[in-house]
Design a protein around this ligand. Structure first.
Ligand SMILES: *[C@@H]1O[C@H](CO)[C@@H](O)[C@H](O)[C@H]1NC(C)=O
Ligand SMILES: *[C@@H]1O[C@H](CO)[C@@H](O)[C@H](O)[C@H]1NC(C)=O
Ligand SMILES: *[C@@H]1O[C@H](CO)[C@@H](O)[C@H](O)[C@H]1NC(C)=O
Ligand SMILES: *[C@@H]1O[C@H](CO)[C@@H](O)[C@H](O)[C@H]1NC(C)=O
Ligand SMILES: *[C@@H]1O[C@H](CO)[C@@H](O)[C@H](O)[C@H]1NC(C)=O
Ligand SMILES: *[C@@H]1O[C@H](CO)[C@@H](O)[C@H](O)[C@H]1NC(C)=O
Ligand SMILES: *[C@@H]1O[C@H](CO)[C@@H](O)[C@H](O)[C@H]1NC(C)=O
Ligand SMILES: *[C@@H]1O[C@H](CO)[C@@H](O)[C@H](O)[C@H]1NC(C)=O
Ligand SMILES: *[C@@H]1O[C@H](CO)[C@@H](O)[C@H](O)[C@H]1NC(C)=O
Ligand SMILES: *[C@@H]1O[C@H](CO)[C@@H](O)[C@H](O)[C@H]1NC(C)=O
Ligand SMILES: *[C@@H]1O[C@H](CO)[C@@H](O)[C@H](O)[C@H]1NC(C)=O
Ligand SMILES: *[C@@H]1O[C@H](CO)[C@@H](O)[C@H](O)[C@H]1NC(C)=O
Length: 642
């Protein structure tokens, strides 16, 4: 059986699947080689509940992390090629005087390793990070209205090879990819569905509108029945299951938050397979048995559309993502066992990366929900257990008895994962600094709440630098990052800053990516909403997104756009012995950290908006809660037009 675009609602798939064609349906959508779909799919045969299927004849196995997967290598040939035209177009717009874009590309486009290999990384930090990151991605997306004029960076997304996200950043990445590589503009446009409506928190559940048909009680019973279904099928569940299902209502544009959408189905999309978009990667940290605090040397696991695993010299292996949930033992599924599909639910993956926020669910008592509902919710939590409430249980452990010499969890039947930022690296750089990926430049969007007023001070970059010098480095290289006092004293967190400019200062300069640090700072609004702010009206939501746009473009500064182009090309200049254009030299003088240190304790960091602030209470746009007022207004408008 073939899934057609018409069969995209999860309820339909789930009801078809609850007949005994489940297996056929799955194989029909995944098995036939060369068969592609138009977008990520609700292809879990039994909705949120993972299903047993016969293993393919080519039985799924863990592969060692010694090189890129074959899937990624062959996809990269298409992707790297597909970035050439967008890069040329963007660089031409960036007005790099003294650099002839077209002739440079004509000369070098057959040598892929000389062309800029670009990564984008979106940090964690809850809804603040989602929104600030969304503003940057909106600015980088050539599909965004007015994003391709002077001073604009539209096309950087189309030029990038990789896009990584962590925690709140994973919600951004997931909401774009699971919704058919949609745009941020569409995600927040009310007529395009009920996603990105944050007026009601995950605790309260969505407004009954758009594709959502549930009230609060129905919402919770929906969350619970999905998760009980998984448990009744014999899988361990944790509070992350409830959390991920709840998040999906805000992020996945389908009825009931699309319980059948899988992360691995991203790889089935035709546009994805053609290399028409960057590779999405989200990360989570591993927690060793018995550990509660996550140390800096926790293993960092990644979910890409094909695989789940880690490059770290601990587990050092990857499992095919679509078969996560199968009983792998020492890297293989025993011949006596069936395989499992549908475990890699897209919401569960995003929930895992953001499992720190599980604890939010425990704040139910402070909401205005009716007491009867609170007591139901409370019973759910006591059934799940409040201990370990920040973890996601991956059971069976896909790396059971795999690499027992270095894999501390190899004897355990469960792999515990926690929020990707818990080891202190709140920007998902780890996947992008893997030597096999050869990334040249990383645009790192940092929405961390490092300072007392919830602004970033590059703590995450410092952590990544420290890790790159330690036992887990395993070939990763990262430029030197000064201490956070220096960052604040030199104002390096108030505008874009480049790290790793001086390749002669580094032992492996050409292999070290240039870091373009884009710290959250206030242009048109105080975008430092606290990490635990759970609901946001649409006025403030859009103000933070606009602020993020301005963070990325430096307020549409044409001189900055030129410098962003120089950053894109920096390693390529070196690799091809191209003389650095004068305009780029002055960019590097302006934006590169030049090695100066000023480690004195700074005074309190309290920036104010540098441009005119957007009005927040002018009710120019209505909050989620005022929906009925908006409806009334539009009805009145209709009458006036008659
Ligand atoms: C996904 O997006 C592509 C490109 O915009 C479009 O051609 C396709 O029809 C979309 N698919 C679905 C199922 O919406
Ligand atoms: C590279 O991309 C161009 C268009 O962007 C296309 O015409 C060409 O076939 C591609 N080459 C390969 C090897 O994919
Ligand atoms: C795009 O730019 C035009 C001209 O400056 C402006 O009128 C329009 O409102 C802008 N649209 C958006 C969505 O920013
Ligand atoms: C949500 O889905 C509807 C129906 O398929 C589509 O029209 C809309 O554009 C989608 N919204 C987003 C943000 O992709
Ligand atoms: C995995 O192993 C467990 C315990 O032996 C068993 O209950 C379960 O059915 C197995 N799963 C599959 C898919 O065979
Ligand atoms: C909410 O309040 C009730 C009654 O005071 C209490 O029993 C319960 O443990 C609280 N729930 C949570 C999640 O704190
Ligand atoms: C930077 O952030 C870290 C992490 O939150 C914090 O401990 C430190 O005090 C901050 N330093 C400055 C100067 O803001
Ligand atoms: C990375 O770790 C693996 C497993 O321990 C080891 O085989 C490999 O040589 C290491 N690579 C580098 C570049 O250190
Ligand atoms: C590079 O510069 C940093 C900061 O000035 C310095 O600490 C480091 O030792 C230098 N590294 C090399 C290899 O020269
Ligand atoms: C930058 O351009 C965007 C898109 O046109 C616009 O919304 C924003 O207000 C501009 N920023 C400034 C500071 O003018
Ligand atoms: C945001 O930052 C400003 C200073 O820049 C501070 O006055 C304000 O209290 C901060 N807001 C939050 C929620 O931390
Ligand atoms: C939206 O939220 C912001 C921040 O909490 C608040 O200042 C503003 O008054 C709200 N605006 C509306 C229209 O509700």
């Amino acid at each position: 059986m073939r899934i057609t675009a018409a069969v995209l609602t999860s309820s339909l798939v789930a009801s078809v699947a609850s007949e005994n064609h489940a297996h056929d349906l799955y194989v029909g959508s995944l098995g036939a080689r060369g068969h592609v779909e138009r977008r990520a799919l609700p292809n879990s045969p039994n909705g949120y509940t993972p299903s047993k299927v016969n293993c393919p004849s080519d039985r799924p196995a863990v592969r060692g992390a010694g090189q890129l997967s074959e899937n990624e290598s062959s996809w990269l040939e298409r992707r790297r090629n597909a970035t050439i035209d967008p890069m040329k177009e963007l660089l031409n717009r960036m007005s790099i005087t003294g650099f002839d874009v077209n002739s440079w590309f004509n000369e070098h486009s057959s040598n892929a390793s000389a062309l800029p290999n670009i990564g984008l990384a979106v940090s964690g930090g809850g809804w603040r990070a989602l929104l600030n990151g969304a503003g940057a991605v909106e600015a980088f997306d050539s599909r965004t209205t007015n994003s391709t004029g002077a001073g604009k960076l539209g096309g950087l997304l189309q030029s990038a090879t990789y896009l990584s996200g962590l925690s709140g950043g994973s919600w951004l990445v997931g909401s774009i990819y699971v919704n058919n590589f949609t745009t941020v503009e569409a995600l927040r446009r009310e007529k395009d569905g009920s996603v990105y409506e944050f007026g009601n928190s995950v605790i309260e559940g969505p407004d009954k509108s758009g594709s959502q048909i549930l009230d609060s009680a129905g919402y919770y019973s929906n969350l619970v029945s999905a998760v009980s279904g998984k448990r009744d099928a014999g899988f361990e569940t944790s509070i992350t299951d409830i959390w991920g299902r709840g998040l999906s209502f805000q992020l996945i544009n389908a009825t009931e938050g699309g319980p059948a959408y899988t992360w691995s189905s991203i790889a089935l999309g035709e546009d994805f397979q053609n290399g028409d978009m960057p590779l999405p990667i989200v990360i989570a940290n591993g927690r060793r048995p018995g550990e509660t605090l996550i140390p800096a040397n926790a293993s960092i696991f990644e979910f890409n559309p094909w695989e789940f695993g880690t490059w770290d010299p601990t587990v050092y292996g990857f499992v095919p993502l679509q078969y996560l949930g199968s009983n792998f033992t020492n890297g293989i599924v025993p011949i006596s066992d069936q395989c499992v599909v549908g475990f890699d639910n897209a919401g569960f993956v995003m929930g895992t990366s953001s499992s720190l926020f599980n604890q939010i669910l425990l704040q139910v008592n402070s909401t205005s929900l009716p007491d009867t509902l609170k007591s139901v919710i409370d019973r759910i939590f006591s059934a799940i257990g409040k201990d370990n409430n920040d973890i996601a249980e991956y059971s069976p452990n896909p790396f059971f008895k795999y690499n027992p010499g270095t894999n501390a969890g190899s004897e355990y039947d469960t792999l515990d994962l926690v929020d990707g930022g818990e080891n202190g690296e709140n920007i998902p750089l780890h996947p992008l600094i893997q030597p096999h990926r050869n990334v040249d430049v990383i645009f790192a969007i940092d929405s961390s709440a490092d300072t007392p007023y919830a602004w970033p001070n590059a703590t995450s970059l410092v952590a990544t630098y420290e890790r790159s010098k330690g036992q887990l480095a395993n070939g990763t290289i990262f430029p030197f990052i000064p201490d956070q006092n220096t960052i604040i004293n030199l104002g390096l967190n108030t505008h874009p800053t480049f790290f790793g400019c001086n390749i002669s200062n580094m032992t492996n300069g050409l292999s070290t990516p240039l870091i373009v640090y884009l710290p959250n700072s206030p242009y048109v609004t105080l975008s430092n909403m606290t990490t635990l702010t759970l609901s946001t009206n649409n006025t403030y939501r859009d103000a933070i997104i606009l602020n993020g746009y301005n963070v990325a473009t430096r307020g549409n500064d044409t001189a900055w756009a030129t410098c962003a182009g120089c950053a894109m090309l920096s390693r390529s200049f070196e690799k091809t012995n191209t003389p650095v254009p004068e305009v780029c030299t002055s960019c590097f003088n302006q934006y590169c950290w030049n090695g100066t240190l000023d480690s004195r304790t700074p005074s309190s960091y309290e920036p104010t908006t540098s441009l005119q602030a957007v009005k927040l209470n002018g009710a120019t746009q209505l909050s989620g809660k005022s929906w009925s007022f908006a409806a009334l207004a539009s009805i009145l408008a209709l009458f006036w037009n008659l």
